[in-house]
Design a protein around this ligand. Structure first.
Ligand code: ZN
Length: 430
């Protein structure tokens, strides 16, 4: 389904330039001594990024992916084999001479994953083999275009490669699209459109018209299996094959690609990948490249702009602010803070030394849950909760409040509160 942002959303996003908000909220920053396009993440930004990365790893584990780690460097020869050197070297950092060899910062994770696949004998019983990594890659962007988290030189990519038979491609691509749809729901973001990116005239593409046609048909099949409308655009394909790009739009309506699913017959050929089929003979697998949230940098930039810093609770750097009304309730607030940490919830105490209760609530306006503890609540081991959106809930036992917040966080819900959750139903909801 193609959804367009309405005017109100665009206005909100224009107000929330991620570069300004990132600095104001203490999420990330840069230093000229580290260099342009090389932002660092402050503790609050790192908390958002960590939650996002763990969500992705969990979703991948549940979908049958296995995670690997591979180095950010490789010999120049590796990228000559993959084709990146001839198609992509303008975007790569210059090679480093190292003891008579040349090594480069990698422009993609695909060649490393192809070698990991090749490192063991593979049988048709191993397929589809789903290999995932949240790994670093590098792009030598010109300093003039760098800014914030959207144009960076060091990229953390949510990447995966599915090695499979031709018959399995459509189902694997459809499953990847379904993961993208679920992730967008949890993140509270919407695609601007699904784009089928095809080769254009005069581009640097690898040869084989028949393979391009076949790959395109498989991607179209996956899109229709998921019931997604798309627009076909020429000239946007990868050099090795067509792809589905999930486009997002910023406040000015500028589109960029966040997620992608690609079919590749080329790299399995270049790396001479094979598996032993039921007939005992060697066969060539197909490689499906897919990314659910693309680069972590671009994903977080978009999340900052869409939510204006008021992230869904599971992503929020601080999930709960505990507000003791007076000094007498501070020990109870500190106890609650320790309990939050034990439960894996990110909380802070804003005590009376930070001003009036109203001023403290305003200062914590982006925090999803405010837990007020006055004399009455302290005596009963209760809290009086207020939600970020202004709702005030009846006082309830502190343990119940934390259990209900934890259930919403673990479900990656974008709702701040579940009115239907009963006190004795505190487990993780589906
Ligand atoms: Zn790839």
């Amino acid at each position: 389904m193609v959804t367009r942002l309405d005017t109100r959303e665009e206005t909100t996003m224009r107000m929330h330039d991620h570069r300004r908000l990132g600095r104001e909220l203490g999420l990330f920053d840069t230093d000229p001594l580290i260099g342009a396009g090389l932002p660092y993440w402050l503790p609050d930004g790192a908390a958002v990024r960590h939650a996002l990365e763990e969500y992705i790893r969990g979703a991948e584990r549940r979908a049958g992916y296995r995670h690997v780690y591979s180095p950010v460097l490789g010999k120049r020869e590796l990228y000559e084999i993959s084709g990146h050197w001839s198609h992509y070297s303008d975007d790569m950092f210059p090679p480093m001479d190292l003891g008579g060899e040349q090594v480069v910062l990698r422009p993609s994770l695909c060649p490393h994953h192809a070698l990991i696949y090749r490192s063991r004998g593979r049988s048709y019983r191993d397929l589809p083999l789903r290999m995932a990594e949240l790994g670093g890659m590098y792009r030598s962007e010109l300093s003039g275009v760098l800014g914030g988290l959207t144009r960076v030189r060091a990229i953390q990519l949510n990447d995966a490669h599915i090695f499979c038979t031709l018959d399995q491609v459509e189902e694997e691509a459809a499953a990847a699209l379904a993961m993208i749809v679920r992730a967008y729901r949890a993140l509270g973001i919407r695609p601007a459109r699904y784009r089928l990116s095809l080769p254009g005239p005069g581009g640097k593409y690898v040869a084989g018209a028949e393979l391009w046609r076949r790959s395109t048909d498989l991607l179209v099949g996956a899109l229709s299996a998921c019931g997604l409308d798309y627009e076909a655009v020429e000239g946007e394909a990868a050099f090795y094959g067509p792809k589905i790009d999930v486009q997002i739009a910023d406040g000015a309506g500028r589109e960029s690609t966040l997620s992608t699913v690609q079919v590749d017959f080329h790299q399995p050929e270049r790396f001479d990948l094979h598996y032993v089929g039921p007939d005992g003979a060697r066969h060539r697998p197909v490689m499906v490249h897919r990314s659910i949230i693309g680069s972590v940098e671009r994903a977080v930039a978009h999340l900052i702009e869409v939510h204006g810093g008021a992230f869904p609770a599971w992503l929020a750097p601080t999930q709960l602010t505990v507000l003791p009304v007076s000094q007498a309730e501070v020990p109870r607030a500190d106890g609650l803070l320790r309990r939050c940490a034990e439960l894996g919830l990110r909380a802070e105490v804003a005590g009376p030394e930070h001003g009036s209760l109203g001023a403290r609530v305003r200062a914590a306006r982006l925090v999803p849950y405010h837990l007020v503890i006055g004399a009455r609540e302290a005596a009963r081991e209760e809290v009086a909760p207020r939600l970020r959106d202004g709702r005030r809930l009846d006082a309830l036992p502190a343990a119940e409040m934390l259990a209900r917040v934890r259930a919403l966080v673990e479900a990656h819900s974008t709702d701040l509160w579940d009115d239907a959750a009963a006190p004795d139903d505190q487990g993780v909801r589906p």
